[in-house]
Every structure is written in structure tokens, then in C-alpha cells.
Design a protein around this ligand. Sequence first.
Ligand SMILES: [Zn+2]
Length: 269
Amino acid sequence: MVILENHAFFVTNGFWVQNHAVTVADVVKAKEAYMKEQIDSLINLQTIEKDTENIKLVLNDVSKRTEALDAKIGMFQKQIECDESELEDLQKKYRSWESDAQLDLSRVKKSETNLRSVKTNKEYQAILKEIDDLKTKTSQIEDEMLECLDRMDDLGNTIVAKKKEYKELIDITNQKKQTIEDDAAEKIKLLAQLEMDRNRVSKTIDSELLSKYTVIKGLVKIMAIAPVKNAVCRGCNLNIPPQMYNELQKGDDLIFCPNCQRMIYWDNS
Ligand SMILES: [Zn+2]
């Protein structure tokens, strides 16, 4: 074993080894331990950032989700208003038919009175025809009124049922909105915790490594540091060269995927 000169401190990648007789094996060991720690911190940081992004996505969706719920209620309310206005139109139509029928009935009565005082057969026949026409017209109006009554009944029942459903929908919607808001409040708390975790973990990472990680993240967007399992980089799903895979398994240096340029680490699970 090679014994290095008597160093008070030996520095390797920011790792300080305090020893009076540092061996090459010690340095390699220390370097490996340091790199392992750094890689673990980078993976940890990546997980924190991923969790943060996921939470932000959910939070961005909160207003959309509540708006969608409100829109559903608004549509339901419009349907009820539409039915109510149709019912109002039918009621107006019914009242107008009712007064038409009453008017025709009084005309029939008047004609029947006139019938008693006619002098000629021609006049008599003319009044009879008039009475007949009025009765036919009244009968048609009455048929339409009956149909209208049925439609008003159906519509009235539909409106009552829809109003009941509307009330239930409001209750359910309020509950759903409350759940969304409670969940969002929890997520905001979690976000603050993740931000603290992010700061804490960032401080444990060598500044040069951290800036490399940030640059790669800006380029690849997803997974700046990728696991390599069975010589396959999980960032790009391509094989890395065998020699590089051997180096990677030693874990004493930071290695970049030759295909996607991500930072890579050995996944031996
Ligand atoms: Zn890759």
C-alpha cells in the first residue's frame, strides 16, 4: 500500500480527510463515500423538485376544478329557468284560449237567442251554421286546452323534480369545493415544507455539481440525474458503453450519459 506524505488535511472534491498518514486507499474510499453522498443528495433534490412540480400542477388546477363545478350548477339553473319560461308561455296561451272559449260561448248564447226571433228560413239556416261553426271552434280550442293542461302538469312536475335535484347538486358541489379547498390548503403547507427541504438538501451539494444539475435540468426538463440499470440509462433508455458501466459501478466519480448527457448513477436494486 502506498503511503502518501504526511498531510494534515487532504482535500478531494471538497471532502476533507484529517489524517497524518493518508493512504491511496483512504483517498479512494473517501472520494467514493463523498460521491455517494453527493449523488444521494442530487437524487433527493430531484425527488423534492418532482414532488413540488406535481403539487404545483394540482394547485394550478384548483380554480379550474371549482369553475367546472360552478359551470355545472349554472347549466342546471339555466335548464330550470328555460322550463319555467316555457311554463309561463303555456299558462299565457291557456288563459288566452280560456277567454276565447268564453267569448265564443257567449256568442253561441246570443245566436241561440237570435234564433227565436228570425223571420226567414235562410236567416235561420245562417244562424244555425254560425252556431255550429262556433261550437266546432270551441271544441277545437278545448282539445288544445286539454293538451296544454297535460303539458303544464308534466312541466310543473319536471320543474319541482329539477329544483329538488338542483338543491342536492348545490350541497354536493359545496362539499366537493370544500374538499378541493382543504386539499389545496394541505398542499400549500406541503409545498412550504418541500421548499425548506429543497434549501436544506441544496446546501449539502457541491456548488459546481448543483449548477451542472441545474443546467442539465434546463435542457432535459425531466430527470436531470438518471439511474442506470443493467447498463441501460433510464433517462434515454439507451445502453451505455461497458467500460463506462464498470466505472459507474465504482461510484467514485460523476459520470454523464453519452447519449442524453444526464448525470447518471448505478441502480443496483
Ligand atoms: Zn441517457
